[in-house]
Design a protein around this ligand. Structure first.
Ligand code: PLP
Length: 426
């Protein structure tokens, strides 16, 4: 494949935008080479600035669960845009999306819309602190909850990809209120809770992690977390920015059968436009301004274009819940295909998967937490990534990211992907 125009555009972008990108993982630094500049996309395919067609396994990092340029979403946005793009006043469509989201998800009464997953998680933590009157939070090494200061402590995703899981600029004062536990290790949580008795407002977790590859919690771990939170008066925050409306209508709460106290959303809920949200029982949500004392606001929150995209997306998922099964079957097919090829090649690997989230790790040890994920062989990963890219398969450009399948992927696309892998030297 030729990527001349992409490389030229990247060189130009670097003159004006730090690193040439507006979000670090896009820059390909972890895998080397220049990033691909995309021109347009439809269904399962990206078309880049050099005219290459790529099969997409990122789906804009999760939102585009039904494929690119999904017509009901596009039409809803076009219709809305003709009537004005932002008002800074309440609109009916905000209530419509709120009603629909609440009807799909267990255990939430009210929801507030924001503009990103970062904002959702940041606001959820402030709400938990305001509600409980406590300051500290527990997060898990390798989990990513956006780039707000209190989460950039051993964060996953791009933060760890670039070797800055603890970013300069986060003050000691902020960092001291974020305690760090180990995913799938309940003892690490119990120890922190005992040492900080009555000081912890919330435990925030990706209920199925996607930012250190895809990592599934054991039943004992996730149920144990719920029990600790209930016993100690700590709020359990499920960060469902990746999993919400992707794994099932009710997200991880539904598939794991665990009730969280606050849930955060992003990605799918905005159908590809900038939307985040956080939700809980009314008793907690009523602590938010203007009814309650915890302040939270946004000039563009509940933006009509974003709400119309979200409403079209959730309506499609709500009307056709078979899509979750279809996605899971496609992911299972891909999983099996990749596993067979890698076994034949004789390389060490692990494949982790839950529903339509999947990740490939080049290690012989089970990947159950951040440190086991970090043991993956990055040289093999780079060969894998670039080999696949040269065959027209676009995978996440970091070993710490999970793939997000979209339902526009056909079995022929999956076969093309598996066959591409056969031809690669690792
Ligand atoms: N939480 C999780 C689990 C995420 O995966 C992400 C982003 O990938 C975020 C929060 C932050 O969302 P955003 O990038 O929309 O700010």
């Amino acid at each position: 494949m030729i990527y001349q125009r992409s490389s030229a555009l990247f060189a130009e972008a670097k003159n004006y935008i730090p690193g040439g990108v507006n979000s670090p993982v896009r820059a390909f630094k972890a895998v080397g080479g220049d990033p691909i500049f995309v021109k347009e996309a439809k269904g399962a395919y990206l078309y880049d600035e050099d005219g290459n067609r790529l099969i997409d396994y990122i789906a804009s990092w999760g939102p585009l669960i039904l494929g690119h340029a999904y017509e009901p979403v596009i039409n809803a946005v076009i219709d809305k845009a003709k009537k004005g793009t932002s008002f800074g006043m309440p609109t009916e469509i905000e209530t419509q999306l709120a009603q629909l989201a609440i009807s799909m998800v267990p255990n939430i009464d009210k929801i507030r819309f924001v503009n990103s997953g970062t904002e959702a998680c940041m606001s959820a933590v402030r709400l938990a602190r305001g509600y409980t009157g406590k300051d500290k939070i527990i997060k898990f090494a390798g989990c990513y909850h956006g780039h707000s200061d209190s989460f950039l402590i051993q964060a996953g995703s791009g933060a760890v990809t670039f070797g800055s899981p603890n970013s300069p600029g986060v003050t000691q004062g902020t960092a001291k209120d974020t305690l760090l536990a180990t995913y799938n290790d309940l003892d690490s949580v119990a120890t922190l809770v005992a040492a900080n008795k009555d000081e912890i407002a919330a435990i925030i977790i990706e209920p199925i992690a996607g930012n250190m590859g895809c990592i599934v919690p054991t039943e004992k771990f996730i149920q144990g977390l719920r029990n600790i939170c209930t016993q100690e008066g700590i709020l359990l925050i499920f960060d469902e920015v990746m999993t919400g409306f992707r794994l099932a209508k009710g997200g991880a709460q539904e598939v794991l059968d665990i009730k969280a106290d606050i849930v955060t959303y992003g990605k799918v809920i905005g159908g590809g436009l900038p939307v985040g949200a956080f939700a809980a029982k009314a008793e907690i949500m009523d602590y938010l301004a203007p009814d309650g004392p915890v302040y939270q606001a946004g000039t563009l929150s509940g933006n009509p274009l974003a709400m119309s995209a979200g409403l079209a997306m959730l309506t499609a998922l709500n009307d056709n819940p078979k899509v979750f099964k279809s996605l899971e079957e496609k992911a299972a097919y891909l999983h099996k295909g990749i596993a067979e090829v890698l076994t034949n090649k004789g390389v060490d690997y692990q494949i982790n998967r839950f529903g339509s989230m999947i990740s490939v790790h080049f290690t012989d040890e089970p990947v159950v937490d951040f440190s086991s994920s970090a043991k993956g062989n990055n040289e093999t990963f780079k060969k894998y990534f670039h080999g696949m890219l040269n065959k027209g398969i676009y995978l996440p450009p970091s070993a710490f990211e999970s793939y997000f399948l979209n339902d526009a992927l056909s079995y022929a696309d999956l076969d093309e992907t598996i066959n591409a892998l056969k031809e690669i030297v690792l």
